[in-house]
Ligand binder design. Structure first.
Ligand SMILES: [Zn+2]
Ligand SMILES: [Zn+2]
Length: 309
């Protein structure tokens, strides 16, 4: 399990967060727009239902936990990987990421999901720019193996390597942009990838045998290269095993540390939603600042202390 933070709860932010959680990672997300933040939970529920129908999710919950927080500092404070998915505007992104780079862990990787911007400019004011890079997921994220990597001139090779390991463990394949044009999948190409993933999932689910498949459709950009071979049915089988293990971990986690202070034990229920995610001190703090439940984004009307026996 890796601790991740996603900035921006728009369409891409929710899908990136959902994919990370589907793979068992813990995700904290935030958005400067309260309405967008408060609706993220509902939009991710809809994605879950679709994944469940398709067989890409084994149970009604993601194995990894998703928390939606109002404060940027609380979102990124313990993250190992930070994914920026706010809208593609240079001022917005560079202001946000400068701030993030000063409040996150010094070794946290900071990535930005950008289609058109120059990553050197996006990260120009960040602290420790060697851990910053561009990383673009392709819509709708869940079925799409390709992720575009775009290092800046300061990105270190160890940062690139950490990102490669994280994403390859998730069944993703990194590619570099070929020429100046970003890869944008057509509706047909998306559908083809979805079909391949589902086919391999159904084939591999019967006996749990890893199949050396290499049938992801040819990619639509000129660069070619790589050709590392996709082993999706094997990866999907592994993902399902990971989901089972991580469901157990999730249950343990939910009884452990507070989602805000990351220190004290979770020892209170939020009312009326009854989520157990916080310690009493942090819950009172959120209550007093009229904040919302980090799990479901319902207003907190009361905090109920829980006693373990
Ligand atoms: Zn706390
Ligand atoms: Zn709640």
């Amino acid at each position: 399990m890796v601790k991740c933070a996603v900035l921006g709860c728009g369409l891409m932010g929710c899908k990136i967060a959902g994919e990370l959680a589907r793979q068992g990672h813990r995700v904290k997300m935030t958005d400067s727009n309260a309405e967008v933040l408060n609706s993220a939970y509902q939009r991710m529920e809809e994605d879950k239902q679709e994944l469940l129908r398709e067989g890409l999710l084994m149970q009604g919950a993601f194995p990894g936990q998703v928390l939606c927080l109002s404060r940027l500092e609380e979102t990124v404070s313990d993250a190992e990987f930070i994914f920026d998915a706010v809208h593609d505007n240079l001022d917005t992104k560079s202001d946000l990421l400068e701030k993030v780079s000063h409040v996150c862990q010094p070794e946290a990787v900071i990535s930005t999901n950008t289609l058109h911007l120059d990553v050197n400019e996006v990260f120009a004011r960040c602290a420790k720019r060697e851990r910053c890079l561009g990383l673009r997921f392709l819509f709708p994220v869940y079925y799409i193996p390709e992720v575009e990597i775009n290092p800046s001139r300061d990105t270190s090779s160890s940062t690139t390597e950490r990102v490669r390991c994280l994403l390859e463990d998730m069944g993703k394949t990194l590619f570099f942009r070929s020429g100046g044009n970003p890869l944008i999948l057509t509706e047909e190409q998306r559908e083809e990838r979805r079909r391949v993933v589902l086919e391999q999932l159904h084939r591999s689910s019967g006996f749990g045998r890893a199949e050396q498949a290499n049938s992801v459709p040819a990619l639509g950009w000129g660069g070619g290269g790589g050709g590392g071979g996709y082993h999706h049915s094997q990866q999907l089988h592994q993902v399902h095993q990971v989901q089972q293990q991580q469901l157990q971990q999730l249950l343990q986690q939910q009884q452990s540390e507070c989602a805000i202070c990351l220190d004290r034990a979770r020892d209170c229920l939020l009312s009326p939603c009854h989520h157990l995610a916080l310690c009493c001190t942090c819950a009172q703090l959120l209550h007093s600042r009229r904040d919302f439940c980090p799990v479901c984004r319902q207003p907190i009307q009361d905090v109920i202390k829980v006693y373990h026996t």
